[in-house]
Design a protein around this ligand. Structure first.
Ligand SMILES: C[S@@+](CC[C@H](N)C(=O)[O-])C[C@H]1O[C@@H](n2cnc3c(N)ncnc32)[C@H](O)[C@@H]1O
Length: 223
């Protein structure tokens, strides 16, 4: 399942800052090991967090498990999660969308748009195509973009493009997303894109570093 962040990324920090004053509970998708969830709980004495992960054992092992303002919601996003319409103040998905196909991302974004309260925000961070292990994919990626492919960064078999030594720690299939794809897919479900950009998170492993664009990020608001 790749790497969890070892420090809060600038994107996750923006989620924490917003979540600390958001009305209603906030949802942390693929939350383990729980860095962002714990930071929200610590940032405001009233903040309520719903931590999700497909692996229930990772959730019960969260350092914040048992916290009175933390609710655990195990299940595979998007198909196993249900929340009331307009009930969530914010949603965070850091290093989770790259495990999903395009159809799953589109369905997931539609669910998130349904769950967010008006004024609530979505914060996404994802692996971009601009990473050293996938440098050999970039020509195909550019061709797919030029051809108008809706999901140009989907890699069915990562071993076709990479023999990098870290490949064994990555899923067989991987969805590398850029800021344009994130913005387009969020806008398609009625979210207003506040910002979509590429950057290098400070704890990006040295082996992944290519040119400073290793992560894609999105902040979008429910109108
Ligand atoms: C690379 S870790 C990222 C953890 C954390 N969000 C971060 O940014 O450090 C990915 C986590 O997402 C979980 N995950 C992967 N696919 C998921 C899905 N479809 N629904 C819920 N959780 C998922 C994994 O079990 C894993 O704990």
């Amino acid at each position: 399942m790749g790497w969890a962040a070892t420090e809060l990324s600038p994107l996750s920090q923006q989620f924490v800052d917003f979540a600390a004053r958001a009305p209603g509970p906030v949802l942390d998708l693929g939350a383990a090991p729980g860095l962002a969830s714990a930071a929200v709980l610590a940032a405001a004495s009233t903040a309520e967090v719903i931590a999700n992960d497909l692996d229930p054992s990772l959730l019960t092992a969260l350092p914040a498990a048992g916290h009175p303002r933390l609710q655990l919601a195990p299940g595979r996003f998007p198909r196993e999660l249900r929340f009331a319409p307009a009930s969530l103040g914010a949603v965070h998905a850091s290093s989770v969308f790259h495990f999903l196909t395009g159809i799953q991302i589109a369905k997931g974004l539609a669910s998130i748009a349904h769950w967010l309260r008006p004024g609530g925000k979505l914060f996404v961070q994802n692996a971009s195509p601009y990473q050293t292990p996938f440098a050999a994919f970039l020509d195909d990626y550019a061709r797919r973009c030029a051809a108008g492919d809706e999901w140009p960064g989907w890699i069915e078999h990562t071993r076709h493009y990479s023999s990098h030594r870290l490949l064994g720690q990555m899923p067989k299939s991987l969805h590398l997303l850029d800021e344009k794809t994130l913005a387009r897919s969020a806008a398609a479900v009625g979210l207003q894109v506040e910002r979509a950009w590429l950057y290098r998170r400070p704890d990006c492993p040295r082996e992944l570093r290519l040119d400073g664009r290793e992560s894609a990020a999105l902040i979008a608001v429910k109108p």
